[in-house]
Design a protein around this ligand. Structure first.
Ligand SMILES: O=C(O)CCC(=O)C(=O)O
Ligand SMILES: [Fe+2]
Length: 264
């Protein structure tokens, strides 16, 4: 495991956020910059319409996750412990519901995939599992009570799935609704998960603060209509807030052959 000194030598351009370009995406995948921001990716009206449509359906709570996180859609994180077969059985129904919500509002997933395709020239697609089908991608998620300190990294968490073969993993969040206040920020540490960190795991997904000792961090205040993309092998946390905080989100992974895949 690298020492904190070695890690601190890698300089993140602290505070600065980059627009989406071929170069910034490459740097984010290589963890050489902390954040990409797509300002005004969607209009306030589009965001409102999506939330309004989503609210016609039930948000479910993540299993085994404290504090509570609610979402529409399914995650490999939860089915990991059940079975791959059960996940792929649930994909069709979840996809139908997501498509119904997007058809009555707008489709941020396709819009973002198109933009990544345009700026990289790479194949950008929904992840798909040999002998099964496409994955589900695109959660509508409420994180209002915050998260624990965590990472999202399929080579660790889903090693037996296609998504477990990614060499780098990002997350994009489109902020659909955000009650105006100074809380609910997302904080990303300049410290990537290493196998030795597993002994500091607290429960189904949280880690003790020991893993981020001395690490630099960057926090960002979400704005409705903006997308933030960051590298989720870095430890990160969402602060709790009073009020509503609704996002549209999925993971983005880079495969060894250069393809870019999305899933939830
Ligand atoms: O809601 C956010 O700002 C980030 C949530 C998160 O942990 C993630 O997207 O990996
Ligand atoms: Fe996360």
């Amino acid at each position: 495991m690298a020492t904190s000194n070695q890690i601190k030598c890698k300089v993140w351009d602290n505070k600065q956020e980059y627009p989406l370009t071929t170069e910034s995406l490459r740097m984010l995948l290589e963890n050489r910059i902390p954040l990409i921001r797509l300002k005004e990716f969607s209009t306030n009206q589009e965001c409102e319409m999506l939330v309004e449509q989503a609210q016609l359906f039930n948000f479910d709570c993540y299993q085994d996750v404290n504090p509570k996180i609610e979402r529409i859609g399914i995650t490999v994180f939860e089915y990991n412990r059940i079975s791959k077969a059960a996940y792929f059985q649930a994909v069709q129904r979840a996809t139908k519901l997501r498509d119904c919500i997007m058809a009555a509002s707008f489709n941020p997933l396709e819009r973002l995939m198109m933009q990544i395709r345009e700026c990289t020239g790479a194949t950008v697609r929904i992840a798909s599992e040999p002998f099964y089908s496409s994955y589900y991608a695109g959660l509508i998620r409420k994180i209002e009570q915050g998260t624990q300190l965590h990472i999202d990294y399929a080579p660790l968490e889903q090693s037996e799935w296609e998504v477990g073969t990614v060499i780098s993993q990002l997350s994009w969040n489109l902020y659909l609704k955000f009650s105006p206040n100074n809380h609910g920020q997302t904080r990303i540490y300049d410290r990537q998960w290493q196998p030795g960190n597993e002994r500091y795991k607290l429960d189904s997904y949280g880690y003790s603060d020991t893993v981020i000792a001395d690490a630099d961090a960057i926090g960002f205040q979400p704005y409705v209509g903006d997308i933030f993309i960051f590298n989720t092998r870095n430890f990160h946390i969402v602060e709790p807030m009073d009020g509503q905080r609704v996002t549209f989100t999925s993971a983005i992974g880079l495969l060894p052959n250069g393809e870019i895949i999305l899933w939830s």
